[in-house]
Write a protein that binds this ligand. Structure first.
Ligand SMILES: O=P(O)(O)OC[C@H]1O[C@H](OP(=O)(O)OP(=O)(O)O)[C@H](O)[C@@H]1O
Ligand SMILES: O=c1cc[nH]c(=O)[nH]1
Ligand SMILES: [Mg+2]
Length: 211
């Protein structure tokens, strides 16, 4: 297993994930749980942001108080399912810029097909958080990260709910500089490239669609 993978085994995340895995959990509840998990994962993925001190006055005293040092963020959502993680992270860091990368996975070849890209101009001095609930073969994440690197992004983290070992390995081979935050490293992929035991098709479960 690549070293730069952080599996967040917090009890609240694991409990919520178990409810999401259950096939009888409806879309509304599924979305709510994914957003709650995004807040908890975002806490972990930002725990080493640079800090500085700022002089303030409380009602009682003057103090040098810790504050974020101003490292700017951009959150890139891999459409569609990435949007299930995006809004929670934006609530944590309201000043973050947002990029959208439309990618779907061809069901036969399992290759990533990009159909949309819109992101902020200046990426070289930002921390980019690329979000998608699923890292299966890794093709979608690799394509998304290659694209944002071509636009200048250098400091990149990938946040996913579930990661297959195959996807982690593939992503690490192409982008060894990218740290992955995940709630669970799964057993593997089935013959159609779905993560096992998994949650099924993330986009379909978030938006109530079906293939
Ligand atoms: O690691 P990979 O093998 O590339 O698979 C993961 C991708 O597959 C899913 O997207 P999907 O193609 O279902 O599109 P959607 O989000 O629009 O439903 C998922 O949200 C990832 O983007
Ligand atoms: O299990 C999987 C694999 C890819 N995409 C999904 O939505 N689910
Ligand atoms: Mg997708």
């Amino acid at each position: 297993m690549p070293k730069n993978v952080i599996e967040i085994k917090h009890p609240l995340i694991q409990h919520k994930l178990t409810i999401m895995r259950d096939r009888s959990t409806a879309s509304g509840k599924f979305r709510t749980l994914l957003k709650e998990i995004s807040l908890l994962m975002g806490y972990e993925a930002t725990r080493d942001l640079p800090m500085t001190l700022k002089n303030i006055e409380t009602p009682l005293a003057e103090m040098n108080a810790p504050t974020l040092a101003g490292k700017k963020l951009c959150i890139f959502s891999i459409l569609r399912a990435g949007d299930g993680l995006l809004n929670g992270l934006l609530e944590l860091v309201p000043s973050a810029r947002v990029g959208h990368i439309g990618i779907y996975r061809d069901p036969q070849s399992l290759e990533a097909v990009e159909y949309f890209f819109k992101g902020p101009q200046q990426l070289s001095d930002r921390l980019s958080l690329v979000v998608d609930p699923m890292l299966a073969t890794g093709h979608s994440a690799i394509a998304a990260i290659s694209h944002i690197k071509s636009k200048g992004a250098r400091d990149i983290r990938f946040i996913c709910l579930l990661a297959a070992p195959e996807g982690l390995q593939a992503l690490h081979e192409v982008h060894p500089d990218v740290t992955v935050y995940t709630a669970a490293i799964e057993s593997g992929l089935n013959e159609k490239g779905y993560i096992l035991p998994g949650i099924g098709d993330a986009g379909d479960r978030i938006f109530g669609t079906s293939r």
